[in-house]
Every structure is written in structure tokens, then in C-alpha cells.
Design a protein around this ligand. Structure first.
Ligand code: ZN
Length: 503
């Protein structure tokens, strides 16, 4: 049986606000429906004016740090937990450190009562945090514009310049001694030396990188760095005046072609196996790990192989090609999530939740209540004037109040214009689609619990708990993975898709 405390707070916005009693009632009903025992309540009653220290909230957080008997904080709505999405996320994080979860009686949260994770909630939370970073500062755009200008002027923006360069007065200059090493590395590679031989040669000459011998991965990064040809690409723009050229463009391109051709030396250790830790063998149940081998042509090949097979030869499961399997899993997950309806609905929720949170932006609320007070004082002065009580002090007071009123109206307009700028649905949709497409690894990490590879099919288990909505994807998505037809077919309640797959 789960135990919870309720946290309730009354905010200034009386029009849409639930009373404390209303919040408690909704929370208690939710607890009763879900078999949660309420052991305590923390309540911040509306205090007059600007007092916003939320004593009960602070006490609740402090109690949470001291191994309390409760494991859930139940709120009417998530916005009780902070004045913006970042604050909410931070406070939530503090609870989760103590294994306490935050549940809203009226909104979906990323974690369900039983501790299982909720896909929409997780996405929503990530999108919100992402978006607030994306939108909160107009500044960031200005900064970006400024940075672009700086780059156009060839100015270095800070950080450590790549090996072979040095910085002086914001300009990037060639570090002659190191540039020689860079050229040597490119020349050795072009001459057909393999990575191991190049490293040996560098060692022999006593060449160090940050006072250590050069690692294989560093060597690859050097061989791949386009800046050495004087070309710098960033944010869709090409800057030609930032990095002086160290390596001949033709040599660089030749090296790229050679590396593509024989993926030389990139061992399985520094290859990114996206599905690492998620794969299990359908034949023997053991883990499936990343693996590599060298083909007759000398080309490096990457696979996923059953660990039982690899170590003890105890399993006959066929290895699968890394790229093909990863593509299959990513495509399937995208297909599942990346439908216009799903994204549209998710975007709606984000916009709605954000509006709710924005409404409670305390700055605006404070300003509005402040304005009401000034208006009231001004009305009183007007009455005094109408009643013929005009003194020099009344006049002075009136001017003062009128000035304050004008000032506060400007501040309110400024705050409100910020609200106007809040999320547009199409922007949110765009953001979600981009996030899904550009972060396959994060997506896999976030959404996939485990994948079981059978000889004839793949089963992908998504992290998705307590799902009763028939429109939502299943906890288990079953995929048939027919090697012979080189196609996978996905079937799932009302959802079908076929992918071409070459294995
Ligand atoms: Zn196996």
C-alpha cells in the first residue's frame, strides 16, 4: 500500500483557482480511487500581498530528505510544485533522490503511482524542459546572432582550439610544431600505414598529446577534422576565415575516402553500439553484445552477438549486422511515435500545460494585484476630490499614484507580451519531430526497456507502464522479423507498417 502526503497551495489568480478545500477534495478522491493512504498534509494558505516564501512547501521538501514514511507527494496540479517548468523539474528531482514520486491528481505525470514510467509524461517533461530552454531567452537568439557575426569576422568564441592551433587576440593561429604532427599523421595515413603503425611512429618520435601518448580515438578525430582544411561548418553556415589551413584539401578528402572504405581500426570498443545493454538472446536468454570482425577484404564489420555464443560457444543464435538492426529499431520506434496524430496530441498537451503554468507566473500576478491596490487608492483620492476635499497633499498624492499606475501598466504589458510569446502548437510539433529525429540514442535510452532477438523475429519492449488507453501503443510491441523476405512487419493494435530491411 502506498502512502502519500498532499501538498496544496492557493495562488493569487482567484478566477481559475481551486480553493485549498477544492484541491484537498480532488486529491483525497484520487487517493481513494487509487488505494493511496494520505498520512499528512502540507498547506500554504494565501498570504497577503507579496509574501511568497511557501513555508509548508519548504517544510515538505525538508521532511522528504529525512526518510519519511510516505513515498508519494500528491498535488492537485503540477504547477503547485514551482513557478516554471524548470523549478518544477528541480523540485521533483530533489524528491526522486529520496525515492519519492510526485503525482498530480489532474494531470499525467512521468512516473505512475507504482513507480513505472509513463511515455507521454516523460516526453512532455523533456519537451517542456527543452522548450523552456529554447524559448525562455530571446537572449539566446541574440547571442547566436552575435556569435555568427563573430565567426564571420573570424573570431574564436572561446574554449580550447583543436590540436594544431592556438589562439591569440581572439584569432586562431597555427601552432607550427603541432601542425607538423597533424600533417605527419595525414601523410602516414595516405601512404597506407594503419593506425597502429602511425601510433608507433608517433611514440617513437616522442610526440605527446596533452602530455600523454596519443590515443587511437584522438588519432581518428584528427583524421576526421575538416577544420584542418580551413573550412568550418557550424549551424548550417560555412566559415572560411576562422581556421587557417593546415592540411591540403585533396589529401584530406583522400583520407576521408580511405577511412570510409576500410573503416580501418575503429574497433568495437570505440564504436557506438546504440542498443548496448538493451538486447537479449531469444534462444538462451543471455545478453547480446556489440561485436566486430574483419572481413577478407580487410574491412571492419560490426555485429550484435549473443554473449553466450561469443564466450562459451554455448548458443547458436546468428549474429545480426549492427547498422541494420539499429536502423530497424529506430525506424520502428519512430513509426510508433512519429505519427501526426500522436505528435499533434502531445503538442496540445504541452501547450495546455504551459498555459496553465504561465498563468501562475507570480511576477504578473503580483503586478496585477499591485495595480488593483494603486487603482483603489486612486479611486479614493478621486472620491475625495469629488467631495471637494482638495489639498495640496491630495494633488501630490494623485500625481504620485498616476505615475505608479502608468509604470505598473508598462510592466504588466511587458510581462503579458512574454506570455503571448509562449508556445505555439506548430513550434512544439516541430521541436518534437526534430528531437525524435536527431537524438536516436536518447530516444532509445528513454523509450526502450529491452529487445529480445529471436531467430525469426524481434520483440521490442517499450518503457510504458499502466497503460489502459486503447489508442496508445502496447507495452509489448511484437515485430516479425523475416530474414528470408528481408522485411519486417509490425503489427500492433490498429497499427501496421512494413520496413525494408537488408541483413
Ligand atoms: Zn544466445
Amino acid at each position: 500500500m502506498k502512502t502519500a502526503v498532499i501538498y496544496a497551495r492557493y495562488s493569487c489568480d482567484a478566477q481559475t483557482e481551486q480553493s485549498i478545500e477544492g484541491q484537498l477534495r480532488v486529491c483525497n478522491e484520487f487517493a481513494a480511487q487509487n488505494g493511496i493512504i494520505i498520512v499528512d498534509k502540507y498547506i500554504d494558505r494565501a498570504t497577503t500581498g507579496t509574501n511568497d516564501n511557501r513555508a509548508a512547501f519548504q517544510k515538505m521538501l525538508a521532511d522528504a530528505d529525512n526518510k519519511p514514511v510516505w513515498d508519494i507527494v500528491l498535488v492537485y496540479a503540477l504547477d503547485r510544485f514551482g513557478r516554471n517548468s524548470i523549478e518544477i523539474a528541480l523540485n521533483k528531482q530533489r524528491l526522486s533522490k529520496n525515492n519519492i514520486i510526485l503525482i498530480s491528481a489532474t494531470q499525467r505525470t512521468s512516473v505512475n503511482i507504482d513507480g513505472s514510467k509513463n511515455l507521454d509524461g516523460i516526453l512532455l517533461e523533456n519537451v517542456l524542459i527543452g522548450l523552456s530552454e529554447y524559448y525562455s531567452v530571446e537572449l539566446s537568439q541574440k547571442v547566436r546572432r552575435g556569435q555568427r557575426e563573430s565567426r564571420r569576422k573570424g573570431n574564436f568564441l572561446g574554449g580550447r582550439p583543436p590540436y594544431g592551433y592556438r589562439v591569440e587576440n581572439k584569432k586562431i593561429l597555427i601552432h607550427e610544431e603541432r601542425a607538423e604532427v597533424v600533417r605527419l599523421i595525414f601523410d602516414l595515413y595516405v601512404s597506407g600505414k594503419c593506425v597502429r603503425e602511425i601510433l608507433e611512429e608517433l611514440n617513437k618520435r616522442g610526440i605527446l598529446y596533452n602530455s600523454k601518448p596519443i590515443y587511437q580515438s584522438t588519432l581518428f578525430n584528427i583524421l576526421k577534422l575538416e577544420k584542418y582544411t580551413g573550412v568550418y561548418r557550424y549551424d548550417g553556415e560555412v566559415y572560411m576565415d576562422m581556421y587557417p589551413q593546415i592540411v591540403d584539401t585533396a589529401v584530406f578528402q583522400r583520407v576521408q575516402r580511405m577511412m570510409d572504405k576500410n573503416k580501418h581500426g575503429s574497433s568495437s570498443r570505440n564504436t557506438d553500439f546504440l542498443l548496448k545493454g538493451k538486447l537479449f538472446c531469444g534462444r538462451c536468454g543471455m545478453k547480446i553484445n556489440g561485436d566486430s570482425g574483419t572481413a577478407k577484404s580487410g574491412e571492419m564489420k560490426f555485429y550484435y552477438t549473443c554473449s553466450n555464443k561469443k564466450r562459451f560457444r554455448g548458443c547458436s543464435k546468428t549474429s545480426l549486422k549492427k547498422e541494420a538492426l539499429e536502423k530497424c529499431v529506430i525506424d520502428a520506434t519512430l513509426k510508433l511515435l512519429n505519427t501526426p496524430e500522436k505528435i499533434s496530441r502531445l503538442a496540445d498537451e504541452v501547450v495546455k500545460l504551459n498555459e496553465q503554468i504561465s498563468k501562475e507566473q507570480s511576477i504578473l500576478n503580483l503586478l496585477i494585484s499591485e495595480r488593483a491596490k494603486i487603482q483603489k487608492s486612486l479611486d479614493n483620492v478621486m472620491i475625495a476630490i469629488e467631495e471637494g476635499i482638495i489639498t495640496s497633499t491630495t494633488k501630490a498624492r494623485m500625481t504620485e499614484l498616476e505615475n505608479s499606475l502608468a509604470e505598473i501598466n508598462m510592466k504588466i504589458a511587458a510581462e503579458e507580451s512574454k506570455l503571448d510569446r509562449t508556445l505555439k502548437k506548430e513550434d512544439v510539433e516541430k521541436f518534437i519531430i526534430e528531437a525524435l529525429a536527431s537524438e536516436p540514442k536518447a530516444m532509445i535510452e528513454l523509450l526502450i526497456d529491452k529487445i529480445i532477438l529471436y531467430e525469426d523475429r524481434i520483440e521490442i519492449f517499450y518503457i510504458y507502464g499502466n497503460n489502459t488507453d486503447p489508442d496508445e501503443p502496447n507495452l509489448e510491441v511484437h515485430r516479425d522479423f523475416f530474414l528470408s523476405s528481408q522485411k519486417i512487419k509490425i503489427t500492433q493494435r490498429g497499427f501496421e507498417a512494413t520496413f525494408e530491411l537488408k541483413l
